[in-house]
Design a protein around this ligand. Structure first.
Ligand SMILES: NC(=O)c1ccc[n+]([C@@H]2O[C@H](COP(=O)([O-])OP(=O)(O)OC[C@H]3O[C@@H](n4cnc5c(N)ncnc54)[C@H](OP(=O)(O)O)[C@@H]3O)[C@@H](O)[C@H]2O)c1
Length: 281
Protein backbone atom coordinates (compact mmCIF):
# COMPACT_ATOMS: atom_id res chain seq x y z
CA UNK A 1 0.00 0.00 0.00
CA UNK A 2 1.48 3.43 -0.96
CA UNK A 3 2.29 5.59 2.06
CA UNK A 4 1.11 9.18 2.44
CA UNK A 5 3.61 11.71 3.81
CA UNK A 6 4.40 15.37 3.18
CA UNK A 7 4.74 18.86 4.57
CA UNK A 8 2.02 21.32 5.52
CA UNK A 9 2.43 25.08 5.41
CA UNK A 10 0.83 28.22 4.04
CA UNK A 11 2.30 29.15 1.60
CA UNK A 12 4.35 26.04 0.85
CA UNK A 13 5.82 26.42 -2.65
CA UNK A 14 9.33 27.33 -1.45
CA UNK A 15 9.93 24.17 0.61
CA UNK A 16 12.99 22.00 -0.10
CA UNK A 17 11.58 19.17 2.03
CA UNK A 18 9.92 17.25 -0.85
CA UNK A 19 13.26 17.03 -2.66
CA UNK A 20 15.34 15.93 0.29
CA UNK A 21 12.76 13.53 1.76
CA UNK A 22 11.85 11.84 -1.53
CA UNK A 23 15.43 10.80 -2.15
CA UNK A 24 15.48 9.10 1.27
CA UNK A 25 12.24 7.17 0.62
CA UNK A 26 13.48 6.17 -2.84
CA UNK A 27 16.82 5.05 -1.38
CA UNK A 28 14.96 2.45 0.70
CA UNK A 29 12.46 1.69 -2.12
CA UNK A 30 9.59 2.73 0.16
CA UNK A 31 6.39 3.21 -1.81
CA UNK A 32 5.76 6.79 -0.65
CA UNK A 33 5.43 10.13 -2.41
CA UNK A 34 6.38 13.05 -0.20
CA UNK A 35 4.03 15.91 -1.07
CA UNK A 36 3.78 19.63 -0.33
CA UNK A 37 0.33 20.31 1.12
CA UNK A 38 -0.93 23.87 1.14
CA UNK A 39 -3.18 23.98 4.19
CA UNK A 40 -4.92 27.18 5.23
CA UNK A 41 -5.07 28.01 8.97
CA UNK A 42 -8.83 27.22 8.98
CA UNK A 43 -8.19 23.76 7.54
CA UNK A 44 -5.55 22.73 10.09
CA UNK A 45 -7.89 20.83 12.49
CA UNK A 46 -9.47 18.68 9.76
CA UNK A 47 -6.21 18.10 7.95
CA UNK A 48 -4.35 17.00 11.08
CA UNK A 49 -7.26 14.74 12.07
CA UNK A 50 -6.99 13.09 8.64
CA UNK A 51 -3.38 12.11 9.32
CA UNK A 52 -4.69 9.31 11.56
CA UNK A 53 -5.79 7.33 8.50
CA UNK A 54 -4.06 4.03 7.75
CA UNK A 55 -1.32 4.43 5.16
CA UNK A 56 -0.34 7.89 6.39
CA UNK A 57 3.12 8.13 7.95
CA UNK A 58 2.64 11.72 9.13
CA UNK A 59 3.97 15.05 7.98
CA UNK A 60 6.39 17.88 8.49
CA UNK A 61 4.95 21.18 9.64
CA UNK A 62 6.20 24.58 8.63
CA UNK A 63 5.23 28.23 9.00
CA UNK A 64 2.61 29.24 10.12
CA UNK A 65 1.26 25.98 11.59
CA UNK A 66 3.98 24.85 14.02
CA UNK A 67 2.04 25.96 17.09
CA UNK A 68 -1.48 25.57 15.68
CA UNK A 69 -1.20 21.79 15.21
CA UNK A 70 -0.42 21.05 18.88
CA UNK A 71 -4.02 20.90 20.25
CA UNK A 72 -4.86 18.19 17.69
CA UNK A 73 -2.05 15.80 18.68
CA UNK A 74 -2.23 13.00 21.24
CA UNK A 75 1.25 13.60 22.64
CA UNK A 76 4.21 15.97 22.10
CA UNK A 77 7.82 15.17 22.98
CA UNK A 78 10.03 17.23 25.29
CA UNK A 79 11.76 19.26 22.52
CA UNK A 80 8.43 20.25 20.98
CA UNK A 81 6.89 21.05 24.35
CA UNK A 82 9.82 23.31 25.27
CA UNK A 83 9.72 25.12 21.93
CA UNK A 84 5.92 25.26 21.89
CA UNK A 85 6.26 24.23 18.24
CA UNK A 86 5.99 20.97 16.30
CA UNK A 87 7.75 20.37 12.97
CA UNK A 88 7.12 16.63 12.66
CA UNK A 89 3.93 14.62 13.20
CA UNK A 90 4.07 10.83 13.32
CA UNK A 91 0.95 8.70 12.85
CA UNK A 92 1.43 5.70 15.12
CA UNK A 93 -1.64 3.60 14.27
CA UNK A 94 -4.07 6.46 14.75
CA UNK A 95 -2.19 8.09 17.61
CA UNK A 96 -0.60 11.39 16.53
CA UNK A 97 2.78 12.23 18.05
CA UNK A 98 4.40 15.67 17.75
CA UNK A 99 8.15 16.24 17.62
CA UNK A 100 10.49 19.13 16.99
CA UNK A 101 13.68 18.14 15.17
CA UNK A 102 14.95 21.71 14.53
CA UNK A 103 17.12 21.74 17.68
CA UNK A 104 18.53 18.30 16.86
CA UNK A 105 19.35 19.47 13.31
CA UNK A 106 20.91 22.69 14.56
CA UNK A 107 23.19 20.94 17.07
CA UNK A 108 24.17 18.13 14.70
CA UNK A 109 25.21 20.65 12.03
CA UNK A 110 27.27 22.50 14.65
CA UNK A 111 28.99 19.32 15.85
CA UNK A 112 29.60 17.75 12.44
CA UNK A 113 30.24 20.95 10.46
CA UNK A 114 33.46 22.04 12.10
CA UNK A 115 33.65 19.39 14.78
CA UNK A 116 32.57 22.14 17.13
CA UNK A 117 30.51 22.47 20.25
CA UNK A 118 28.96 25.45 21.98
CA UNK A 119 30.19 24.28 25.40
CA UNK A 120 31.91 27.10 27.34
CA UNK A 121 31.45 29.48 24.40
CA UNK A 122 30.11 33.03 24.28
CA UNK A 123 27.29 32.80 21.74
CA UNK A 124 25.65 35.71 19.97
CA UNK A 125 22.27 34.90 18.41
CA UNK A 126 21.04 37.39 15.80
CA UNK A 127 17.24 37.46 15.60
CA UNK A 128 14.40 36.60 17.96
CA UNK A 129 11.82 34.86 15.73
CA UNK A 130 10.85 31.19 15.53
CA UNK A 131 14.27 29.95 14.43
CA UNK A 132 16.09 31.95 17.13
CA UNK A 133 13.77 30.48 19.74
CA UNK A 134 14.60 26.91 18.67
CA UNK A 135 18.32 27.70 18.55
CA UNK A 136 18.34 29.37 21.98
CA UNK A 137 16.45 26.46 23.58
CA UNK A 138 18.93 24.02 22.04
CA UNK A 139 21.84 26.13 23.31
CA UNK A 140 20.28 26.25 26.78
CA UNK A 141 21.11 22.56 27.18
CA UNK A 142 24.70 22.91 25.94
CA UNK A 143 26.56 24.45 28.93
CA UNK A 144 27.41 27.60 26.99
CA UNK A 145 29.28 30.38 28.81
CA UNK A 146 26.86 33.10 27.73
CA UNK A 147 24.06 33.79 25.29
CA UNK A 148 23.34 37.25 23.87
CA UNK A 149 20.27 37.79 21.72
CA UNK A 150 20.48 40.73 19.32
CA UNK A 151 17.32 41.68 17.49
CA UNK A 152 16.10 44.63 15.42
CA UNK A 153 13.06 44.81 17.71
CA UNK A 154 14.56 44.84 21.20
CA UNK A 155 11.26 43.85 22.87
CA UNK A 156 11.26 40.51 21.05
CA UNK A 157 14.83 39.80 22.22
CA UNK A 158 13.73 40.61 25.77
CA UNK A 159 10.70 38.29 25.46
CA UNK A 160 12.91 35.46 24.21
CA UNK A 161 15.38 36.03 27.07
CA UNK A 162 12.46 35.82 29.49
CA UNK A 163 11.29 32.56 27.95
CA UNK A 164 14.81 31.15 28.37
CA UNK A 165 14.80 32.15 32.06
CA UNK A 166 11.77 29.87 32.38
CA UNK A 167 14.00 27.04 31.12
CA UNK A 168 16.78 27.84 33.57
CA UNK A 169 19.04 29.65 31.08
CA UNK A 170 20.19 33.27 31.15
CA UNK A 171 20.42 35.41 28.00
CA UNK A 172 21.36 39.02 27.49
CA UNK A 173 18.94 40.88 25.16
CA UNK A 174 20.37 43.69 23.01
CA UNK A 175 19.33 45.59 19.93
CA UNK A 176 20.84 44.51 16.61
CA UNK A 177 21.86 48.11 16.03
CA UNK A 178 23.84 48.22 19.30
CA UNK A 179 25.67 45.01 18.48
CA UNK A 180 26.56 46.24 15.01
CA UNK A 181 27.80 49.62 16.19
CA UNK A 182 29.90 48.45 19.14
CA UNK A 183 32.51 45.70 19.49
CA UNK A 184 30.06 43.31 21.14
CA UNK A 185 30.04 40.97 18.15
CA UNK A 186 33.81 40.57 18.30
CA UNK A 187 33.64 39.24 21.85
CA UNK A 188 31.51 36.29 20.76
CA UNK A 189 33.02 32.88 19.98
CA UNK A 190 30.05 31.83 17.88
CA UNK A 191 27.65 34.10 15.95
CA UNK A 192 24.42 32.52 14.71
CA UNK A 193 22.27 34.36 12.21
CA UNK A 194 18.60 33.57 12.79
CA UNK A 195 17.30 36.66 10.99
CA UNK A 196 15.94 36.56 7.48
CA UNK A 197 18.68 38.96 6.32
CA UNK A 198 20.46 37.50 3.30
CA UNK A 199 17.59 35.14 2.43
CA UNK A 200 16.81 34.92 -1.29
CA UNK A 201 13.57 36.68 -2.29
CA UNK A 202 13.32 38.30 1.17
CA UNK A 203 13.32 42.08 1.70
CA UNK A 204 16.95 42.08 2.93
CA UNK A 205 18.36 39.54 0.50
CA UNK A 206 21.49 41.56 -0.29
CA UNK A 207 22.14 42.50 3.35
CA UNK A 208 24.42 41.05 5.99
CA UNK A 209 23.62 41.66 9.67
CA UNK A 210 27.36 42.24 10.35
CA UNK A 211 30.36 43.22 8.25
CA UNK A 212 33.69 41.39 8.11
CA UNK A 213 35.40 43.81 10.52
CA UNK A 214 32.71 43.09 13.15
CA UNK A 215 33.36 39.35 13.17
CA UNK A 216 35.46 37.60 15.82
CA UNK A 217 38.91 36.45 14.69
CA UNK A 218 39.18 32.73 15.39
CA UNK A 219 35.42 32.51 15.90
CA UNK A 220 32.62 30.76 14.05
CA UNK A 221 29.77 32.20 12.00
CA UNK A 222 26.73 29.95 11.55
CA UNK A 223 24.05 31.26 9.18
CA UNK A 224 20.68 29.49 9.31
CA UNK A 225 19.72 31.00 5.96
CA UNK A 226 20.23 28.21 3.38
CA UNK A 227 19.16 29.96 0.19
CA UNK A 228 21.58 31.12 -1.18
CA UNK A 229 24.25 28.69 0.04
CA UNK A 230 26.77 31.56 0.30
CA UNK A 231 24.85 34.32 2.03
CA UNK A 232 26.09 37.90 2.39
CA UNK A 233 27.06 37.13 6.02
CA UNK A 234 29.03 34.02 5.01
CA UNK A 235 30.84 36.09 2.39
CA UNK A 236 31.78 38.61 5.08
CA UNK A 237 32.98 35.74 7.28
CA UNK A 238 35.11 34.32 4.47
CA UNK A 239 36.61 37.76 3.96
CA UNK A 240 37.45 37.89 7.67
CA UNK A 241 38.93 34.37 7.58
CA UNK A 242 36.34 33.14 10.08
CA UNK A 243 35.07 29.53 10.07
CA UNK A 244 31.52 29.11 8.73
CA UNK A 245 28.52 26.82 8.71
CA UNK A 246 25.65 27.47 6.28
CA UNK A 247 21.97 26.65 6.82
CA UNK A 248 21.71 23.61 4.55
CA UNK A 249 23.23 21.04 6.95
CA UNK A 250 20.71 22.00 9.64
CA UNK A 251 17.87 21.67 7.14
CA UNK A 252 19.11 18.25 6.08
CA UNK A 253 19.70 16.98 9.64
CA UNK A 254 16.29 18.10 10.88
CA UNK A 255 14.74 16.38 7.86
CA UNK A 256 16.85 13.27 8.51
CA UNK A 257 15.54 13.13 12.09
CA UNK A 258 11.95 13.36 10.76
CA UNK A 259 12.59 10.55 8.27
CA UNK A 260 13.99 8.37 11.06
CA UNK A 261 10.91 9.03 13.21
CA UNK A 262 8.56 7.95 10.39
CA UNK A 263 10.51 4.91 9.22
CA UNK A 264 12.87 3.80 12.01
CA UNK A 265 15.57 3.67 9.30
CA UNK A 266 18.88 5.54 9.24
CA UNK A 267 18.46 8.56 6.96
CA UNK A 268 20.85 8.71 3.96
CA UNK A 269 22.06 12.20 4.88
CA UNK A 270 24.66 12.52 2.10
CA UNK A 271 22.05 11.76 -0.56
CA UNK A 272 19.60 14.16 1.06
CA UNK A 273 22.22 16.92 1.19
CA UNK A 274 23.16 16.38 -2.47
CA UNK A 275 19.52 16.52 -3.55
CA UNK A 276 18.82 19.68 -1.56
CA UNK A 277 21.99 21.33 -2.78
CA UNK A 278 21.19 20.50 -6.41
CA UNK A 279 17.67 21.92 -6.01
CA UNK A 280 19.17 25.22 -4.86
CA UNK A 281 21.48 25.59 -7.89
N1 LIG B 1 18.55 26.03 8.15
C1 LIG B 1 17.38 25.67 8.66
O1 LIG B 1 17.08 24.49 8.84
C2 LIG B 1 16.43 26.75 9.09
C3 LIG B 1 15.42 26.46 10.02
C4 LIG B 1 14.57 27.50 10.42
C5 LIG B 1 14.72 28.77 9.87
N2 LIG B 1 15.71 28.99 8.97
C6 LIG B 1 15.91 30.34 8.40
O2 LIG B 1 16.05 31.26 9.48
C7 LIG B 1 15.54 32.52 9.09
C8 LIG B 1 14.58 33.05 10.15
O3 LIG B 1 13.42 32.24 10.20
P1 LIG B 1 12.28 32.47 11.30
O4 LIG B 1 11.31 31.38 11.11
O5 LIG B 1 12.87 32.69 12.64
O6 LIG B 1 11.65 33.86 10.82
P2 LIG B 1 10.80 34.88 11.70
O7 LIG B 1 10.14 34.17 12.85
O8 LIG B 1 9.97 35.63 10.74
O9 LIG B 1 11.89 35.88 12.33
C9 LIG B 1 12.58 36.77 11.49
C10 LIG B 1 13.71 37.43 12.25
O10 LIG B 1 14.47 38.21 11.33
C11 LIG B 1 14.51 39.57 11.78
N3 LIG B 1 14.51 40.49 10.64
C12 LIG B 1 13.67 40.45 9.58
N4 LIG B 1 13.97 41.46 8.72
C13 LIG B 1 15.01 42.13 9.27
C14 LIG B 1 15.75 43.27 8.86
N5 LIG B 1 15.51 43.91 7.73
N6 LIG B 1 16.78 43.68 9.66
C15 LIG B 1 17.05 43.03 10.81
N7 LIG B 1 16.37 41.94 11.26
C16 LIG B 1 15.36 41.51 10.49
C17 LIG B 1 13.27 39.73 12.63
O11 LIG B 1 13.43 40.84 13.48
P3 LIG B 1 12.16 41.59 14.14
O12 LIG B 1 11.78 40.78 15.33
O13 LIG B 1 12.68 42.93 14.47
O14 LIG B 1 11.08 41.62 13.08
C18 LIG B 1 13.25 38.37 13.37
O15 LIG B 1 14.18 38.36 14.41
C19 LIG B 1 14.88 32.31 7.72
O16 LIG B 1 15.77 32.75 6.73
C20 LIG B 1 14.69 30.82 7.63
O17 LIG B 1 14.75 30.34 6.30
C21 LIG B 1 16.56 28.01 8.58
Amino acid sequence: MPQRVGIIGYPIGHSLSPVLQQVAFDHYCIDATYQAWRVTPEDVPDFVGGLKEAGTLGCNVTVPHKEAVIPFLDVVDAWAARAGAVNTIVNDNGRLEGYNTDGIGFLRALREGVGGSAKDKHVLVLGAGGAAKGVCLALAGESVRSISIANRTLERAEALAKLLEGHGAHANPVSLEAVASKDASQQADIIINCTTLGMAHGPGEKDSPLTYDQLPIGGLVYDLVYNPARTPLLREAERAGVATIGGLPMLVYQGAASFELWTGLEAPVSLMAEAASAALQ
